[in-house]
Design a protein around this ligand. Structure first.
Ligand SMILES: NC(=O)C1=CN([C@@H]2O[C@H](COP(=O)(O)OP(=O)(O)OC[C@H]3O[C@@H](n4cnc5c(N)ncnc54)[C@H](OP(=O)(O)O)[C@@H]3O)[C@@H](O)[C@H]2O)C=CC1
Ligand SMILES: CCCCC/C=C\CC(=O)/C=C/C=C/C=C/[C@@H](O)CCCC(=O)O
Length: 329
């Protein structure tokens, strides 16, 4: 008999999540039946979407949602022999018994010297988000200028690096001087701390006086109101996330930038990375290729211990992470 530790939600989030919204529970798991496997979590991902989804689709007492890299430690399913590593959407739990539905094996030929945690980051969902936002939504072209915010995070740091691979000028904004220094290390052409610049408009103009062809928006809210005014004619905007409003308790209202969009003939498209799921195997190979060539860095912010998953999640929402926030169980 295996005991699974789980983090359950004591109530749906309201405003900024609190430590008291979570409770550690222990569950006795049954032995896996025919066709079933027993998974043991190795790395657990903490992501901004969990803040949103858990406000409306998770009930009090449910295990907190989320993905993990886990190892099959018992198997009655020939598709997933013991020792197989998978990406599993089974939430914040140390052990899981399941029938294999929805388990995604780690891509074949994963190099020995690359941490499996990257399957939750640069070589996983956030990396794919960056790639699809750039290629499928923005259609970014060599020589163009791209702006990305939350640029030192999981998605943003990959966005900037792919844009450099494609021969573009990249401007990034982030919330601390240490993050700005990291962006410069990654080869960003310009980077600034949006919390200390004074005038965001001036910072954007200084970084690219001729404006921006493309804007990869992870933040939304007032930042985007200002950034939109700095777009070039026929600029394109990929609306990836809107983290500045995820903890708001009142609905968003204007400003309404439609006149600027009309005059500048701007195109703006929201997207979910899951739209291009059929391309994932090929796309993950491309991301891994860049990693192996040294063109892509998969920086991570690792928190140790299952007991610290809520703290890692709250820390990510507060902006404590440089790179992908992950928990090593
Ligand atoms: N559309 C899609 O398919 C997907 C969308 N996303 C979205 O992409 C965005 C980035 O996600 P991800 O890379 O995983 O997370 P990050 O690793 O970037 O971590 C979140 C970061 O957001 C920034 N942030 C937090 N609060 C605010 C705020 N009020 N204003 C401005 N910035 C804030 C912080 O960085 P800083 O210190 O710079 O403020 C923090 O480090 C999110 O909006 C997320 O929802 C993610 C995956 C898929
Ligand atoms: C499914 C997330 C919907 C929230 C949309 C809000 C903001 C954009 C964003 O952050 C999107 C994230 C998309 C994440 C997709 C994750 C899937 O690959 C796995 C999710 C399954 C799970 O955690 O149980």
């Amino acid at each position: 008999m295996v005991q699974a530790k789980t983090w359950i939600l004591t109530k749906p989030f309201e405003g900024f999540p609190q430590h008291s919204d979570f409770e550690l529970k222990v569950e006795e798991l049954p032995e896996p039946k025919d066709g079933e496997v027993l998974l043991e979590a190795v790395f657990i991902s903490v992501d901004p979407y969990m803040r949103l989804i858990s406000s409306f689709s998770v009930n009090k007492g449910d295990v907190m949602i989320g993905t993990q890299v886990s190892k099959v430690i018992k198997s009655n399913n020939p598709t997933f022999p013991v020792g197989t590593h998978v990406v599993a959407s089974c939430g914040w739990r140390t052990h899981t018994v399941c029938d294999g539905t929805g388990l995604v094996p780690i891509m074949p030929d994963w190099p020995q010297d690359v941490s499996l945690s990257l399957a939750l980051g640069a070589i996983g969902m956030p990396g794919l988000t960056a790639l699809y936002g750039i290629e499928e939504v923005l259609g970014l072209q060599k020589g163009e200028t791209l702006l990305v915010n939350a640029a030192a995070g999981a998605v943003g740091s990959v966005v900037g690096q792919i844009a450099k691979i494609k021969g573009c000028k990249v401007v990034g904004s982030a919330g601390s001087d240490a993050k700005v220094a990291f962006l410069k290390e990654l080869g960003f052409d310009a980077a600034f701390n949006y919390k200390t610049v004074g005038s965001l408009e001036e910072a954007l103009k200084k970084a690219s006086p001729e404006g921006y062809d493309c804007y990869f928006d992870n933040v939304g809210g007032p930042f985007s109101t200002v950034a939109l005014q700095q777009m070039k004619n026929f600029g394109r905007i990929a609306v990836c996330g809107s983290i500045s409003v995820y903890n708001d308790t009142t609905p968003q209202t204007g400003p309404y930038p439609y006149l600027t969009m009309i005059f500048k003939q701007i195109k703006m498209e929201g997207f979910m990375e899951t739209r291009w799921g059929h391309k994932d195997p090929e796309s993950l190979k491309r991301l891994m290729g860049w990693l192996k060539e040294g063109k892509l860095q998969g920086r991570e912010h690792i928190t140790k211990g299952f007991e610290n998953v809520p703290a890692a999640f709250l820390g990510m929402l507060k902006g404590e992470n440089i790179g992908k926030a992950v928990v090593a169980v």
